[in-house]
Ligand binder design. Structure first.
Ligand SMILES: Nc1ncnc2c1ncn2[C@@H]1O[C@H](COP(=O)(O)OP(=O)(O)OP(=O)(O)O)[C@@H](O)[C@H]1O
Ligand SMILES: [Mg+2]
Length: 496
């Protein structure tokens, strides 16, 4: 006999629907899966066999063939276990699975029949809806996440034995309640950063305008401390953004299925490969930049990252997405993030101006080469960070993130009016930059700086964008002289 169910497999961060057909035939006992299964899918045979028997169903001692369609799509992971086991019992006449005709099933089976959570449940539930399914049955831990998909019923089960309800013609499972997003409250607070007014301003400007931020300074000055507090001053994710970030996290198996309105913060180690950073490999996996989508990517010890990894960042930084090519076509993944980076001024960390610096001219120059590459040229804000003073460290805590965030949200409101919803000054096109209001004094200041540094055209545009953000944070319609002065300071090092 023949029976069919539907399930899903992940392709990057997208879910694709799979038809699981099972044929049970007289003949020597045998169990075969065809249709490009990966190792985890082939091993499903053993899980399905054990789970079926341990849940009190009869496993057919016949010739079993399971076919996964479309045949040219690689099926990865154990998410189709549940659908496979269900179709098998249907084909064997052990269960009547007609009530599930327009339902899909997702879940990994343990040998005792318990149903384990899978990656990408949210994307799968949405894909089920797109394919006109009435509902989807998922493992209990995936319920809250999958139920975020609108317009489709989501039921959860804990154990394969619950499928026995089909004998009474009932669809198994309990309705899932959608997750409610967690909030900013428990993030590390910018108040922890004492002194460092210049750096605090840079963090605020970066958060408001979506500008890249590079901090250069000696060890222990508070660079990493500041970068880790960036998410707390960013506006929370809103509406569709929450789902977009949740979908990525879920497909990559991070975050325990918890949904959050806090922007992601990713800090890959400097040994990360280019593929680990931007995505790739076989089968292709999203990289850190996709995990940082709509949040912050922090590259600590920037000079230690490999050149190929840093080079690979250039395109996504400009386009907000990354395209991975592979044998079966190309895939474009989202990667709009704010870049934060930290570096010491030289290999020993003290900086050449410090009499204690023991770096040779050559090693210092090689090190600095990493700081003058094409990537750094694309970073809007460059801050020289000095050691905090004893008074600052003993002094009162700085302004709290919640207060800084209020200004950031206000400034983003002004940007949205000017550039369109969700866009920031860092992304403004040259035509839009030309429309920025600017006072004559501010324009004069920029012209002076341009002349004395022989600034590139790109640097010029970047200073204007940063100046616009400083003015937005001050609630000013035109970029004034003091806003421009601040913007120019953040450019000094790399522009000279
Ligand atoms: N401005 C500051 N205010 C409060 N604490 C600070 C400050 N600067 C440094 N610290 C303390 O020093 C620790 C180390 O700072 P952090 O890790 O940010 O240094 P860093 O600049 O990243 O150094 P490295 O170049 O070695 O990575 C912090 O965890 C914090 O306890
Ligand atoms: Mg550090």
């Amino acid at each position: 006999m023949l029976a069919e169910t539907t399930s899903f497999t992940l392709d990057g961060i997208a879910a694709r629907m799979i038809r699981v057909e099972v044929d049970v035939h007289r003949g020597l006992p045998n169990f075969q899966i065809v249709g490009l299964p990966d190792a985890a899918v082939r091993e499903a045979r053993e899980r399905v066999r054990a789970a079926t028997v341990n849940c009190g169903f009869e496993f057919p001692l016949q010739r079993i063939t399971a076919s996964l369609a479309p045949a040219d799509l690689r099926k990865a992971g154990p998410a189709i276990d549940l659908a496979l086991a269900t179709a098998l019992l249907g084909a064997a006449g052990e269960l009547r699975i007609e009530p599930l005709a327009d339902w899909s099933l997702v879940g990994e089976l343990a040998l005792d029949g318990s149903v384990r959570p899978v990656r990408g449940a949210l994307a799968m539930a949405e894909e089920a809806r797109e394919n006109g399914r009435r509902g989807v049955i998922v493992p209990t831990p995936n319920g809250p996440e999958a139920a975020l998909a609108q317009g489709i019923s989501v039921l959860t089960i804990d154990n394969f034995s619950e499928l026995a309800s089909l004998r009474k013609g009932e669809i198994p499972g309990r309705a899932a309640t959608p997750a409610s997003p967690g909030s900013q409250e428990d993030l590390p607070d910018l108040a922890d950063l004492r002194g460092q007014e210049h750096l605090r301003t840079a963090v605020e400007v970066a958060a408001a305008g979506g500008h890249g931020l590079l901090m250069i300074g000696p060890p222990g000055a508070g660079k990493s401390l500041a970068a880790r507090r960036l998410p707390s001053v960013l506006p929370p994710l809103a509406g569709e953004e929450v789902l977009e970030v949740a979908r990525i996290a879920s497909a990559c198996g991070i975050g325990d299925g918890k949904i959050s309105s806090v922007r992601p913060f990713r800090a890959p180690h400097h040994t990360v490969s280019a593929a680990g950073l931007v995505g790739g490999g076989s089968p292709p996996r999203p990289g850190e930049i996709t995990l940082a989508h709509r949040g912050v990517l922090f590259l600590d010890e920037l000079c230690e990252f490999s050149r190929p990894a840093l080079e690979a960042l250039r395109e996504p930084l400009e386009t907000g997405s990354v395209t991975i090519s592979r044998a079966r076509g190309r895939q474009t993944l989202p990667s709009r993030f704010t870049l934060a980076a930290a570096a010491n001024p030289c290999p020993c960390g003290r900086g050449e101006d410090d009499p204690g610096c023991r770096c040779t001219e050559i090693s210092a120059r090689r090190y600095r080469a990493a700081l003058s590459g094409a990537l750094v040229d694309r970073i809007d804000l460059v801050v020289a960070v000095a050691q905090p003073s004893a008074e600052a460290l003993a002094g009162p805590p700085g302004e709290r993130s919640a207060e800084v965030r209020e200004r950031v949200v206000m400034a983003r409101g002004l940007m949205a009016e000017r550039l369109g919803e969700g866009r920031t000054n860092a992304e403004a096109e040259p035509e839009e930059v030309a429309e920025f209001g600017i006072t004559a004094a501010a324009a004069g200041l920029l012209a002076d700086a341009h002349r004395s540094w022989q600034m590139s055209g790109r640097a010029h545009g970047r200073i204007l964008r940063v100046g616009r953000t400083v003015a937005d944070l001050a609630g000013s319609t035109a970029i004034g002289e003091e806003h421009m002065a601040t913007a120019i300071q953040f450019r000094r090092r790399s522009a000279t």
